[in-house]
Design a protein around this ligand. Structure first.
Ligand SMILES: [Zn+2]
Length: 195
């Protein structure tokens, strides 16, 4: 396979997955038919991975989260089972598994939204395509990574942080549907003022 042939093929491949491989990996495959087979196989693998991840009804690394004033970012699940919100992470996926890596601390996200627990996350009906990578043909090895976009679940961050101490969460006080008591400082505030 000549350089021009492979570049031309990569540029015109309709799903865009061809651009997700390292050039060396595809050129080593040498023959266009082999490249096409690798690509078809990996598209099937991504499709299976997408299905397996969407079936898991808990927040996963790589899932999207709507927070604050309708902003969107991705979830990073920590080893302790909590979550961080970031647009800087890389997302590795395999069947029924996803893992975030890289730049978890995102300075563009306001402090009060950077950390959350699964209780703060409400599943929406929406899906959103997100970038992720896996190993071509499910075989790990240097240069075998392939990037693609698959659908991820979308969550909504429903934090009710106390506007006074900014540490506790407002909990319904039973007196009025408009106000709640802070779980940390015990002060009463209105839900509309909560962060
Ligand atoms: Zn408070």
């Amino acid at each position: 396979m000549t350089y021009n042939e492979i570049i031309n093929y990569i540029d015109n491949e309709e799903t865009g997955i061809a651009k997700g491989y390292s050039y060396q990996f595809l050129s080593d495959a040498f023959c266009l038919n082999t490249v096409k087979k690798i690509i078809q196989n990996d598209l099937n693998i991504f499709s299976e991975i997408e299905k397996s991840l969407l079936e898991i009804k808990e927040p996963l690394s790589g899932d999207f989260v709507i927070y604050g004033d309708n902003k969107i970012a991705r979830l990073y699940k920590t080893f302790a089972g909590n979550y961080q919100i970031s647009n800087g992470i890389g997302v590795y996926v395999s069947n029924g598994f996803s893992q975030g890596s890289g730049c978890v601390y995102d300075f563009d996200i306001e402090e009060q939204y950077r950390h959350c627990k699964s209780d703060d996350l409400v599943l929406t009906d929406a899906f959103k395509k997100g970038r992720c990578w896996t190993f071509s043909g499910n075989e790990s090895g240097g240069g075998r990574g392939v990037y693609f976009e698959i659908n991820f679940k979308v969550w909504k961050l429903e934090k009710c942080i106390c506007p006074i101490c900014r540490a506790g969460k407002l909990v319904e006080d039973g007196e009025s549907i408009d106000s709640g008591i802070c779980s940390k400082c015990g002060e009463q505030s209105y839900f509309q003022d909560a962060i």
